[in-house]
Design a protein. Structure first.
Length: 48
Protein backbone atom coordinates (compact mmCIF):
# COMPACT_ATOMS: atom_id res chain seq x y z
CA UNK A 1 0.00 0.00 0.00
CA UNK A 2 1.02 3.61 -0.31
CA UNK A 3 1.65 5.83 2.67
CA UNK A 4 -1.16 8.24 1.89
CA UNK A 5 -3.56 5.26 2.25
CA UNK A 6 -2.56 4.68 5.89
CA UNK A 7 -1.53 8.20 6.89
CA UNK A 8 -4.75 8.97 8.81
CA UNK A 9 -4.48 5.74 10.78
CA UNK A 10 -0.86 6.40 11.71
CA UNK A 11 -1.43 10.07 12.61
CA UNK A 12 -3.93 8.96 15.25
CA UNK A 13 -1.42 6.42 16.61
CA UNK A 14 1.41 8.96 16.69
CA UNK A 15 3.91 6.98 14.58
CA UNK A 16 4.79 8.42 11.18
CA UNK A 17 8.12 6.69 10.58
CA UNK A 18 9.38 3.28 9.56
CA UNK A 19 9.80 0.99 12.56
CA UNK A 20 13.11 -0.30 11.14
CA UNK A 21 15.04 2.70 9.79
CA UNK A 22 13.03 5.37 11.69
CA UNK A 23 12.79 7.59 8.59
CA UNK A 24 9.61 9.55 7.99
CA UNK A 25 7.41 8.43 5.11
CA UNK A 26 6.60 10.28 1.90
CA UNK A 27 3.07 10.12 0.43
CA UNK A 28 4.12 8.06 -2.61
CA UNK A 29 6.24 5.44 -0.77
CA UNK A 30 5.16 1.79 -0.83
CA UNK A 31 4.76 0.35 2.64
CA UNK A 32 3.86 -2.82 4.44
CA UNK A 33 1.37 -2.58 7.32
CA UNK A 34 1.18 -5.21 10.06
CA UNK A 35 -2.48 -4.70 11.01
CA UNK A 36 -2.39 -6.51 14.34
CA UNK A 37 0.21 -4.06 15.69
CA UNK A 38 -0.35 -1.10 13.32
CA UNK A 39 3.37 -1.04 12.52
CA UNK A 40 4.34 0.30 9.12
CA UNK A 41 7.61 -0.39 7.29
CA UNK A 42 9.27 0.59 4.03
CA UNK A 43 9.22 -2.44 1.75
CA UNK A 44 12.98 -2.12 1.26
CA UNK A 45 13.55 -2.26 5.02
CA UNK A 46 11.85 -5.63 5.52
CA UNK A 47 11.77 -7.33 2.11
CA UNK A 48 14.98 -8.90 0.88
Amino acid sequence: MLYYEVKDLKVRKGALECMVCLSEFEDNEELCLLPRYNHVFHLDCIDT
